[in-house]
Design a protein around this ligand. Structure first.
Ligand code: SF4
Ligand code: SF4
Length: 196
């Protein structure tokens, strides 16, 4: 008889303890509900990619000398450089250039090694298409100006965490007139001139 009562007592104690822990857990959960969500509401809000973001490649036809360095440094020899030798001018003449973004891994090697800087990486990452052949960009498509998050009137651009002012962790509630982290080039020049 006594042992049954003890068991009931222990069970009741255990239940009360478990209920206490559940209550504590729920209070933490409800406390989180009071905070502002840190969600970025794509597609109405978009994060501004960082300066060195490796998005879609931009190509300038007039600058390309058809040296094919971009092909050689590409891990999959992807860029297609179609040229003809111009016997009169005694130099290569570029006919077509294309990169298939369905195959590209956006490593940026081609951009890094191009001797004439005719390749560059843009901040454009929305390249989805219904047909994979549409991802094969020719020199005209590659030369198109990139989409910019900051120039889209439908989009609220938000700064990434590394570009928020000191002490701020949410891109939504930025203090008035706050700059991106780091100094602007003109500020660096001003400081250098003042100290010299
Ligand atoms: S490395 Fe640059 S210049 Fe040479 S073929 Fe490629 S894009 Fe043209
Ligand atoms: S980014 Fe990389 S994978 Fe894409 S074309 Fe250039 S070198 Fe090739």
């Amino acid at each position: 008889m006594f042992s049954i009562l003890k068991q009931v007592g222990d069970y009741a104690k255990g239940t009360v303890e478990a209920a206490k822990y559940i209550g504590q857990g729920l209070s933490v959960t409800f406390d989180h509900m009071r905070r502002r969500p840190v969600t970025v509401q794509y597609p109405y809000e978009k994060l501004i990619p960082s300066e060195r973001y490796r998005g879609r490649i931009h190509f300038e036809f007039d600058k390309c000398i058809a040296c094919e360095v971009c092909v050689r440094v590409c891990p999959i020899n992807l860029p297609v450089v179609d040229w003809e030798f111009n016997k009169d001018a005694k130099k290569k003449e570029l006919k077509h250039y294309s990169i298939d973004f369905g195959v590209c891994i956006f490593c940026g090697n081609c951009v890094e090694y191009c001797p004439t800087n005719c390749l560059s990486m843009t901040e454009e990452y929305e390249l989805a298409a219904y047909d994979r052949h549409e991802l094969n960009y020719d020199n005209v498509a590659l030369g198109r100006l990139p989409y910019k998050v900051t120039q889209d009137p439908m989009v609220t651009p938000l700064r990434e965490l590394g570009y928020l002012p000191k002490g701020v962790i949410s891109p939504h509630d930025l203090p008035e007139g706050s700059q991106r982290a780091g100094k602007r080039p003109e500020e660096i020049i001003e400081e250098a001139e003042a100290s010299s």
